[in-house]
Write a protein that binds this ligand. Sequence first.
Ligand code: NAP
Ligand code: F7E
Length: 344
Amino acid sequence: MKKKIALIFGVTGQDGAYLSKFLLNKNYKVYGIKRRSSIINTQRIDDIYKDINYKSNFLLFYGDLTDSSSILNLIKKTKPDEIYNLGAQSHVQVSFEVPEYSAEVNGLGTLRILEAIRSLNYQKKVKFYQAGTSEMFGRTKEKFHNEKTPFYPASPYGVSKCFAHWITVNYREAYDIYACNGILFNHESPIRGETFVTKKIIQGLIRIKDGYQKKLFLGNLYAKRDWGHARDYVEVMWKMLQQKKPDDYVIGTGKTFTIKEFVNKAAKQIGFKIKWVGKGIGEKAINVENKKIIIECRKRYFRPVEVDYLKCNAQKAKKLLKWSPKISLDNLINEMIEYELQHL
Ligand code: NAP
Ligand code: F7E
């Protein structure tokens, strides 16, 4: 039987790496698009190349979401059955510093892929997944967020993803493309980027414990996030493309914790006894054993506007996609710690 072909934008990222392995294990041929960088940026997928079970079914091409011709040519060349758009300038705080670039890649990049599908007349050939985000809900005041919750983005990143969301809906309705928006809440893993808060906390605490670092500097400790594991979340991306009809789904755990609660959980598993003192920007965590300050807050890690609270209601995905998350936050933290200890 002919293998299905998947084309992944953002293959070198956290989700790109998990999704590639997931699809290869489902017997897909996987083509990934990497952008040119001055230093090799394939660390997360190098193990796939080295694995003889995957090697011949996994191939990378250069391309960029800011470059229409590379997108069009690669879709034409690879003739995919499924396209996953995971490529993005994905850091919320950085999007305040590079707003135009974030909109260019995240918003217009999505349009470029959809437009390539349309102009190649591939609407009946290819299914499209768009990596949407809970950041689109932003400052909406709801206890839970689901597919009906209005968007109120609170960063250039969130706004750019709203454009990507609606252009995906628009091309689905206008040109009958099988296109789905996955509205995913935060998901982490051992290979999460080092400047996202979960990885930064775990890496920082382990380095402090082992004497490589003195302090960890954080921003807002009271924002609440619904954190899941990337391995669980790539499965549901694929599931969305296996249904009779394309649709949009929110994906999350339904549980929410503050950054401070995440620190407390990670510290406990790493074997730190910490005590919090002070308030606001002066709040600190002290290592009870040696009385040293190990965590402080710094203004530079606060955002111009914060998304204070996110909590998912993924009933639709549970019912229609038969999906629910398998990995708890404690197990996710444990896996991230184990990885960090091995790679210190
Ligand atoms: P990530 O680790 O930051 O990966 C982003 C990927 O996009 C990387 O492969 C990156 O390449 C690539 N990329 C950046 N700019 C590009 C460009 N101009 N052209 C082509 N590719 C480009 O993000 P992630 O955590 O895997 O997330 C995957 C997707 O889901 C992103 O769209 C993100 O916005 C979205 N999302 C993530 C979460 C989450 O909690 N992780 C939640 C909801 C939605 P380099 O490796 O070269 O940088
Ligand atoms: O911040 C607070 C920060 O950068 C989480 C992306 O994958 O998920 C991610 O976006 C929270 C925020 O993730 C620091 O203010 C405190 O409230 O880990 P983060 P994010 O902004 O939620 C969504 C769903 C995406 O779609 C994005 O692509 O933690 N925080 N102190 C900090 N955040 C960071 N990065 N660094 C700190 O020192």
